[in-house]
Design a protein around this ligand. Structure first.
Ligand code: 6YU
Length: 534
């Protein structure tokens, strides 16, 4: 098919190609021009999390040589953060490949680079359907120091899982936009509660409360009442038994990074403002539509900027981070989509007090109920939000470790405490639940403070009541998306992926998506230019 391009339009394209600059004015070396017909466009990526690194890797592989990644912190990886400990790693951010199966690009890359244990690579492993949830807790302690019957725990967990599954398949058509997942589950619990005899009723309610608190950790929210019911099914769960990286989750970031020249990533380079829709002269005398201003005063001019900062950061800083300000629909989408806190408290013990085959430990607070509004005295009650512990793998490398998760306001309160305060609360908690006042205290603790991290400001996104799936697509829309100088500011990051938001694979795909947007744009221009020469 012959594409007919009208003269004025063709002229415009040729002019814009010819004016593409050869270097980002600071720090970018001039290298051979490929594959674009003219000078390589200058591309800046803000953030070196998995989305930023993935975008850089894809662009570089397609010949974009005028590329820089600006990172505020002194390390790469963002919310992937593997701390080396003993002979292994402790994950302070992402821990599992959620749904390691053919549809998961993190898993595919991990296989390609041989980063996984052999059992994680089996077909059998890839076919398991866990729907993103932890398996049944291995042992369940109650706050009065008793072990709760496995049969009771299994029955309640099964009931809860079936309702959760229902909440994920609610038809959007008949759904009240104000409905929440928490409200849906509470209704189910309330309707069942009437049939329970008084013997186990309180324990059943306490079990449900614990499972809802666990759900808050999975969704990264303070309360499941904040999570939109109508859109819960938008999140796509992939099959496969979640697995971890023996060499740390960061090994995948390092693999992708290794394809980039050493000077591509600039650390401790905090971006203050992205000025767009302008005309800025670079130090190479070329004119650029975007200028990125850093906190240290340095400026970088570019043709395109890919912003990969977290939604938490944007919620805090959007009004000053972009100039001119974001269009109202994008500013509104930033407010609408939820972004909450999920932290880890990881405890190392000299000797394990759990059985060798124990993988998870559940804590059940007697007297708690999902049907009662809880007003907490934070100082004494923050630990009540902890649903349990995961026994960390590979103790021969990192020691005997339990990892607990805590979400929401209690999690953010925990961040304000000292290490000693957290450690003594955790020791008291375990002594109370195991009924062993002599239980030795942990010998070491790691805990995260994702809410206080200024360049993340929380853990990950969820679709909040009042938001729509379209809000996520709006977050992903580039600026401006049409006109003479399009695609000046592009947006990637986990919160911009409609079906895999909150995950590393969603983040990675979003980085590739924006890289491909630019690649496609230049291929289109090159092909038009070539056709015009015919
Ligand atoms: C997963 C998992 N996981 C636990 C915990 C956390 C997260 N996730 P980044 O923030 O990484 O990068 C942006 C960079 O930008 C960063 O380096 C900044 O420093 C930089 N920056 C910011 N401002 C800047 C500025 N001004 N100038 C320059 N640079 C700047 N995901 O797959 N498996 O087990 C977990 C977990 C405690 C905190 C996780 C997990 C989430 C991922 O870590 C996260 O999505 C990506 O790493 C984000 O990458 P990015 O590039 O977008 O941003 C039904 C249903 C429910 C839906 N939810 C399902 C649950 C899924 C989440 N699972 C969580 C579980 C754990 C344990």
């Amino acid at each position: 098919m012959k594409i007919i391009v009208s003269r004025p339009r063709l002229l415009l394209i040729i002019v814009s190609l010819c004016t593409l600059p050869s270097t980002i004015s600071k720090a970018m070396g001039s290298e051979s021009r490929q594959p674009m017909a003219s000078q390589p466009p200058a591309v800046l990526i803000i953030g070196s999390g998995i989305s930023g690194i993935a975008a850089a890797q894809k662009l570089y592989a397609h010949g974009f040589r005028n590329l820089k990644v600006l990172e505020a912190k002194g390390r790469t990886g963002g919310r992937i953060w593997s701390q080396s400990y003993g002979k292994g790693f402790v994950e302070l951010g992402a821990q599992w490949i959620h749904g390691p199966s053919p549809g998961n690009p993190i898993y595919q890359l991990a296989l390609k680079y041989d980063l996984l244990d052999p059992e994680a690579m089996t077909m059998e492993n890839q076919k398991v359907k866990v729907d993103g949830h932890l398996p049944l807790f291995r042992i369940s302690y109650s706050s009065s120091g008793k072990i709760v019957s496995r049969e009771l725990v299994a029955n309640i967990t099964e009931l809860y899982s079936s309702w959760l599954e229902q909440s994920q398949s609610v038809s959007q058509k008949d759904c009240d936009p104000k409905a929440s997942v928490g409200g849906f589950l509470q209704q189910k619990i309330a309707s069942k509660e009437k049939d329970w005899d008084s013997a186990n009723k309180d324990m059943k309610l306490a079990l449900f409360k614990g499972l809802l608190d666990l759900e808050c950790c999975i969704s990264g929210t303070h309360s499941m009442n904040y999570v939109a019911l109508c859109l819960y099914g938008e999140y796509t769960m992939l099959p496969g038994l979640d697995c971890t990286f023996p060499g740390g989750f960061e090994s995948i970031v390092n693999q992708l990074k290794s394809s980039l020249p050493n000077d591509t990533i600039l650390l401790n380079k905090t971006v203050k403002t992205v000025h767009w829709n302008g005309t800025f002269q670079g130090s190479d005398s070329q004119m650029y539509p975007v200028q990125v201003q850093c906190e240290d005063g340095e400026t970088f001019e570019a043709d395109h900027v890919i912003v990969t900062v977290s939604l938490g950061f944007l919620k805090e800083k959007a009004s000053s981070f972009l100039s001119p300000a974001l269009p109202p629909n994008k500013a509104q989408a930033i407010q609408n989509v939820g972004f909450g806190t999920n932290n880890k408290i990881i405890l190392e013990f000299k000797e394990p007090f759990w059985d060798p085959d124990c993988k998870t430990i559940q804590l059940i607070w007697e007297g708690e109920s999902p049907l009662l509004e809880t007003k907490r005295n934070m100082k004494q009650d923050w630990v009540k939000k902890i649903p349990g512990f995961v026994v960390l793998e590979r103790p021969e490398r990192i020691g005997h470790m339990l990892c607990s998760f805590i979400a929401g306001d209690e999690s953010e309160y925990m961040e304000t405490l000292t290490d000693d305060e957290v450690l003594s609360s955790m020791t008291a908690l375990l002594r109370q639940f195991t009924g062993n006042p002599e239980l030795p205290a942990p010998i070491h603790m790691f805990r995260t403070k994702w809410h206080s991290e200024p360049y993340t400001h929380g853990s990950y996104s969820y679709i909040a009541v009042g938001a729509s799936g379209d809000d996520i697509d709006i977050l992903a829309q580039p600026l401006p998306n049409e006109g003479a100088k399009p695609l000046q500011v592009l947006f990637a990051g986990e919160a911009t992926h409609r079906s895999f938001y909150s995950t590393t694979h969603g983040a990675l795909l979003s980085g590739w998506r924006e890289a491909e947007r630019l690649i496609g744009r230049y291929q289109e221009l090159d092909s038009l230019l070539n056709k015009s020469k015919l």
